[in-house]
Design a protein around this ligand. Structure first.
Ligand SMILES: [Mg+2]
Length: 178
């Protein structure tokens, strides 16, 4: 069944409620291409704009977590660099990983946003309050989400989402000090 994207005003309402942003890695934080060096070590490229956005979000007291179907040392390293503590790798069942994060932070589905790009992300996208696909996501995913970003995975799509969340919540946060 096809679901229409939320209208801009609805999208803003959803963004306003977000207390926790969940990220897929391959194809969302990266361009979805797996690079390997000569010794078989994996190399990934991450957007500096996404990274800065994640820090802004954390500063606004909004949680950030990673749920990846694959497992890579590079992801653990990047997450550490960004101060992301909730990192679930090798999670083929993303709902199971989500349940752990949800319980840990006492989250309500309505206050959680998730950015995905492939079929494995669909069950979790259907569950959260604000579902987002990157421009480079597969069509089956783009059809089911509240919003499709203009930017592709690895090219600032995460930042695009964060900018929306922060601007929707600005009245709530611009009075905070520091
Ligand atoms: Mg992916």
């Amino acid at each position: 069944m096809k679901r229409r994207q939320a209208a801009p005003s609805q999208r803003r309402q959803k963004a306003k409620r977000v207390r926790y942003l969940l990220l897929d890695v391959d194809g969302v934080m990266t361009d979805g291409i797996l690079y390997f060096d000569e010794s078989g070590r994996e190399i990934k490229g991450f957007s500096i704009y996404d990274g800065h956005g994640i820090r802004l979000l954390q500063r606004a007291q909004i949680g950030v977590g990673i749920i990846s179907g694959r497992s890579s040392a590079v992801v653990a390293w990047r997450a550490k660099e960004l101060g992301i503590e909730d990192v679930h790798q090798g999670s083929r069942d993303k709902l199971a990983a989500y349940e752990m994060i949800r319980a840990k932070h006492h989250l309500q589905d309505e206050t959680v946003a998730f950015i995905g790009d492939d079929l494995i992300d669909l069950p979790l996208l259907r569950r959260v309050g604000f579902s987002i696909a990157v421009a480079s996501a597969v069509d089956a995913v783009k059809r089911e989400v509240d919003w499709v970003t203009k930017k592709k995975g690895g090219e600032g799509a995460v930042r695009e989402v964060i900018d929306l969340i922060l601007s929707a919540q600005i009245s709530k946060h611009n009075t905070r000090k520091g």
